[in-house]
Design a protein around this ligand. Structure first.
Ligand SMILES: Cc1cc2nc3c(=O)[nH]c(=O)nc-3n(C[C@H](O)[C@H](O)[C@H](O)COP(=O)(O)O)c2cc1C
Length: 419
């Protein structure tokens, strides 16, 4: 980040020339794998796919083939494919094997070395790294048989992504949801490119809205979904940082491996952030309410037809970004977010000065950003403005983490030079 002026987005490594064998097994989450294929193809990866008989009940070989731009494989007994030992070739050509979703049944087969269909036969013949993204009902996940199978697979070096906790297709709630396609994509990406560059660094990330209570049923809140902040926490984790995510009341699923402190109000958020210090990096992506009701009404305020609507007196909330920027335990890199509806860059540059942080990520929230899966952002420092065109939030997160990596790399290099 030494140049000045408006730069276009920085180059990020893509999965071009990487070959992935994707196995889709029989779970509802199979539909999410179509999005995973789309993300990987957009990133330049070559994908060969296998659908188990169960997988083909949930997504069609035609959809998978069309998205992969290559026919999906389904049959171990295919005269055409197996005349050339297709299952061995599929494994041989892959740089990485991904099973998403990984059903309870399929993990059991993997753990016990069964090989009674094309997918399980490939895996038994595989000498390539394997990533699995389990997806199932929370009781199937918690069952000792499944837990033993996962432990066996982990012990053999299989990387397990998720599952997340959250609402399930069956109407129940708990751990078992497949991780979101962006999260799996990030894992795949960091499998190829990540060299744990932020290993040894502690990062604090805030995300989501804050809810400031008026009375037991009402609050002042905002539309932040937490998606961008969660994606940043994930991307930092993927790069080897030790991450604490301080999360306001957001519905967005959070990868189970992230350390999360859940809060409601700005005051709670500040306290949680301070408890996570010292840290090397602080990313304040949460949309913190500037004000809170000066008084909390213990009982629900009643509407009275003989009275005009009540005036709600407001108090100022703590400024978390400013507090962290001037803290005695100030992280070496403090990054704020500016959500603006107009004069985006001017407001963001002003914010950089008044808060005392190092960088601002600015996004125009009138561009359908809240709750969306994509973002269009600018990274503003005292010297540069870098534009990141509209892209999945996970990709924006990776771009930010790449800049963070360069920042710490540059510091390390200048320390070395000074020695
Ligand atoms: C509607 C429906 C949804 C299912 N969802 C899941 C699921 O999310 N995870 C899972 O492990 N099994 C799920 N199953 C059961 C599997 O599809 C079943 O165990 C199947 O044998 C898996 O085959 P495979 O692992 O070879 O693909 C579901 C079954 C049905 C009928």
């Amino acid at each position: 980040m030494h140049k000045t002026g408006l730069l276009f987005y920085n180059r990020v490594m893509t999965s071009e020339n990487k070959s992935i064998l994707l196995i889709i097994t029989g779970g509802i989450a199979a539909y999410k794998s179509l999005e995973l294929i789309r993300l990987l193809r957009k990133d330049g990866a070559q994908i060969r796919s296998i659908l188990t008989a169960g997988g083909a009940q949930f997504v069609t070989p035609l959809s998978v083939s069309a998205l992969c731009e290559h026919p999906a494989y389904t049959d171990l007994w295919s005269l055409k494919d197996e005349s050339e030992m297709g299952h061995i070739r599929l494994v041989r050509e892959a740089d990485l094997i991904v099973v998403a979703p990984a059903s309870a049944d399929f993990m059991a087969k993997m753990a016990h070395g069964l090989a009674d269909d094309l997918a399980s036969t490939c895996l038994l013949a595989a000498d390539k790294p394997i990533l699995i993204a389990p997806a199932m009902n929370h009781r199937m996940w918690a069952h000792p048989a499944t837990q033993n199978n996962v432990a066996t697979l982990r012990a053999r070096g299989v990387q397990v992504i998720g599952p997340d906790a959250g609402a399930m297709a069956c109407g129940e709630y708990g751990p078992g949801r497949m991780s979101e396609p962006e999260v799996i994509f990030n894992h795949i990406h960091s499998f190829f490119f990540n060299t744990d560059q932020l290993h040894g660094l502690k990062a604090l990330v805030t995300a989501g809205p804050t809810f400031e209570p008026i009375d037991p049923v009402r609050f002042i809140g905002n539309r932040s979904s937490g998606k961008q902040g969660i994606a940043i926490a994930q991307a930092l984790h993927d790069s080897g940082a030790d991450v604490t995510l301080v999360l306001g009341p957001a519905d967005e699923p959070v990868p189970a491996h992230l350390r999360v402190i859940k809060v409601h109000t700005a005051q709670e958020m500040l306290a949680a952030c301070e408890s996570a210090l010292p840290a090397d990096i602080a990313i304040c992506a949460a949309a913190v309410s500037d004000w809170r009701p000066a008084e909390f009404q213990e009982h629900k305020m009643k509407k009275r037809s003989d009275q005009s609507p009540p005036a709600i007196a407001l108090s100022e909330n703590p400024d978390i970004l400013k507090t962290l920027s001037h803290h005695k335990n100030r992280p070496r890199l403090v990054v704020g977010f500016a959500a603006e509806t107009h004069n985006l860059l001017d407001h963001a540059r002003q914010k950089l000065k008044t808060k005392g942080c190092d960088w601002i990520v600015a996004n125009n929230v009138s561009e359908n950003v809240f709750g969306a899966d994509e973002n269009h952002a600018f990274l503003i420092t005292s010297q540069t403005t870098l534009e990141w065109p509209r892209a999945p939030k996970a990709q924006i997160a990776r771009r930010l983490v790449q800049q963070i990596t360069e920042f710490f790399h540059d510091r390390l290099e200048s320390h070395k030079a000074a020695e």
